[in-house]
Design a protein around this ligand. Structure first.
Ligand code: GDP
Ligand code: MN
Length: 391
């Protein structure tokens, strides 16, 4: 197993050794905290701001952008300013970024949401939650208050950080050429995203995207298959993909049918980066590729007829468009939201087996994996509370 010394030689040291003296000198990134919230969540927001200020921002003074589909009241605005000395902006979200777009039949969508409520799907019956997920999937990075920033750090009400973060993660992501950072990866509730992977997979196929090695993180390993029944030279063995992958009109009330061959038999393993924490490069979200992906997902109606979260949307887009070396796992951040947490004290430096797909690839990639440039996906629930030594 790699020793700390070896790791330090290979990486910028601060990624590995967390709680040292804050390294506050040096340049700042063009970055802000982004907090979506409602007035009634003020207490939870205060908790989060107190926590990030205590463990990081009292040394670094990054600004905050608060967003709301309604108006923040003066109590909210005045109170927040008491908890930070950083610049704070409050923005309202335009209806064009929140709620039903004109190509959706509201009544059909509402009926879809009602049915998800009846089926007791978590948040499935809550209209505002669907709007929130769609906003965080395809719009937050287009908000005017974020236009001047290159990086954001997502903050939610009722989260806590419990280790000091003594270096600037934006600067270090920039230096290490990272695009997207996470602390926790968990499995999604199946019933919230029954069809999401069919579309993500079809997007990848339609755009002839070959995996850069991250897509496999989201694919259930195939069960041992019996010998193929069709001979390999049978034309049916690999039919060219039909033009009309989406075989019905979008917004028709049910999700349009995806041609089964668009998926090549892959199954989603429900893994996703838990997006209530995110540090990422806004330009990636603003890219044509990401927005094409969002558009295709959106047009299917899955934000209404199912309850697609922004977490699996961001994750599958990363799977289709990015590689492992674009992603940074902040294993040194102590972070908790509701019942799920990541505690660095429990993040053992595990030797994990090489994923089978790597066997087929170049020595370089294999080597990179072995050197732990790759990170395992993490079932955070296993870590819960187990001997956590963070404060
Ligand atoms: P959970 O973490 O999945 O249980 O979802 P939350 O209720 O925490 O919502 C996720 C984020 O979206 C939080 O930052 C909430 O404050 C925010 N949010 C959720 N619904 C709304 C809404 O209707 N309006 C606004 N302004 N923010 C919302
Ligand atoms: Mn939350």
């Amino acid at each position: 197993p790699p020793t700390i010394r070896k790791i330090n030689e290979k990486y910028d040291k601060v990624f590995v050794t967390g709680c040292l003296e804050p390294q506050t000198e040096g340049p700042r990134a063009n970055a802000a905290f982004v907090v979506l919230a409602r007035n009634k969540e003020l207490d939870g927001v205060i908790q989060s701001v107190k926590s990030i200020e205590r463990h990081f921002n009292r040394w670094f003074h990054y600004p905050y952008v608060f967003l709301n589909d309604g108006d923040f009241n003066s109590t909210f605005k005045d109170t927040i300013q008491n908890y930070t000395s950083s610049p704070v902006e409050f923005g309202k979200i335009d209806p064009s970024m929140w709620g039903y777009p004109d190509w959706v039949d509201d009544n059909v969508a509402k009926e879809g949401i009602r049915k998800q409520g009846d089926a007791a799907i978590m948040y499935g019956g809550m209209e505002s939650y669907h709007h929130m997920c769609r906003f965080y999937s395809g719009f937050f990075y287009k908000h005017e208050l974020l236009q001047k920033y290159e990086w954001y750090w997502r903050l939610e009400p009722e989260i806590s950080y419990f280790c000091d973060i003594t270096y600037d993660p934006f600067i270090h992501m920039e230096r290490s050429n990272k695009t997207y950072g996470f602390t926790i990866a968990v499995k999604e509730l199946k019933e919230t995203v029954p069809n999401i992977f069919r579309y993500a997979s079809a997007y990848k196929r339609l755009n002839n995207l070959t995996s850069k090695g991250l897509w496999e993180m989201f694919v259930e390993p195939p069960e041992e298959k019996k010998e193929e029944e069709l001979p390999k030279d049978d034309p049916k063995y690999k039919k060219p993909l039909p033009e009309d992958i989406l075989r019905t009109e979008p917004g028709a009330g049910t999700l349009p049918d995806v041609h089964p061959e668009a998926m090549e038999g892959e199954v989603y393993n429900m893994c996703h980066f838990w997006s209530n924490f995110e540090i990422a490069k806004l330009d990636w979200f603003r890219s044509k590729e990401y927005n094409d992906f969002f558009e295709m997902m959106d047009r299917s109606g899955g934000f209404w007829m199912e309850r697609w979260g922004d977490a699996p949307i961001h994750s599958l887009a990363a799977g289709a468009l990015l590689g492992p070396s674009d992603i940074h796992y902040f294993r040194d951040f102590g972070y908790r939201h509701t019942t799920i947490q990541h505690c660095p004290a429990n993040a053992r430096a595990r030797q994990i087996p090489r994923p089978p797909y790597l066997e087929k690839t170049t020595t370089d990639e294999k080597k990179r994996f072995e050197e732990d440039d790759y990170w395992e996906h993490w079932d955070a629930e296993k870590e819960n509370g187990v001997g956590c030594r963070c404060r």
